[in-house]
Design a protein around this ligand. Structure first.
Ligand code: SAH
Length: 226
């Protein structure tokens, strides 16, 4: 499989058997760490994650670590992406909003799993760059939005599921209103020193169940755009 990316830089990124081999190892590692949703693992096996980080660091793409991308942001570690995707219990056709597009990798995983994906990013440069990349990689129907995730995307609501990929201290009520009854929101909550991975299941317009799925570390969710 070959993709031609970024004609200005004249870079042609390719997905070679070596990369697939690295992905296979990564998937085995994630499965050993307790990721059991085969559809999550299959999606991660098929996505060339090395296209989503800087050229010089290709060899880091398939290690289970978080990695810096543009604008002081990070691409979440593969385990975290797998865990959040698993907690979403993605069904084909689910309408999902992601907050924090970043590199686009998490959005691609949900899309390959068959979801209708909307993803929102507050930083203009990342929004521009990642929108182009996702399109070039063939994930044409991922809808990228520029805006503040605390506000969400009311014009496309309601969503079956919402995934937040930045850490927040405040519960984003306005966002949770955009989840359908019976729907799920997965969100890291807590301060800058670390968060807990929370899953909320909306049981009625005003009630929800909450579950704590353990500690995690995300860059902060900030309000407004930039
Ligand atoms: N899901 C990403 C991880 C991104 S890191 C990936 O797969 O690579 C978190 C991202 O959330 C950053 O890009 C940051 O700019 C963005 N972010 C932080 N606060 C936000 C907000 N209020 N609305 C939208 N995006 C936000």
């Amino acid at each position: 499989m070959n993709y031609s990316l970024d004609s200005k830089r004249k870079v042609r990124k390719s997905d070679r058997p070596r990369h697939r081999g690295l992905r296979q190892k990564l998937i085995a590692n994630l499965s050993a760490k307790g990721i059991a949703d085969q559809r999550v693992l299959q999606a991660m096996l098929s996505i060339p994650r090395h296209f989503m980080i800087d050229e010089e660091f290709v060899d880091w793409a398939y290690r289970d670590i978080a990695f810096p991308i543009e604008a002081d942001q990070t691409i979440s570690m593969p385990y975290t992406v797998a865990m959040q995707s698993q907690l979403l219990e993605v069904q084909p056709g689910d309408k999902i909003l992601e907050v924090g597009t970043g590199s686009g990798y998490q959005a691609a995983v949900l899309y390959v799993m068959g979801a209708k994906v909307y993803t929102i990013e507050r930083q203009r440069d990342l929004f521009d760059k990642t929108s182009i990349l996702l399109n070039e990689m063939g994930y044409h129907r991922i809808r990228t939005l520029y805006g503040d995730g605390y506000i969400g995307a009311q014009r496309f609501a309601p969503f079956d599921k919402i995934i937040v990929t930045a850490g927040t201290q405040i519960f984003p009520h306005r966002l949770f209103e955009q989840v359908k009854i019976g729907g799920i929101m997965v969100i890291p909550q807590g301060g800058r020193s670390g968060q807990e991975m929370m899953r909320y299941i909306k049981t009625s317009k005003t009630t929800y169940l909450s579950e704590n799925h353990g500690s995690c570390a995300f860059v902060p969710m900030l309000s407004g755009t930039r």
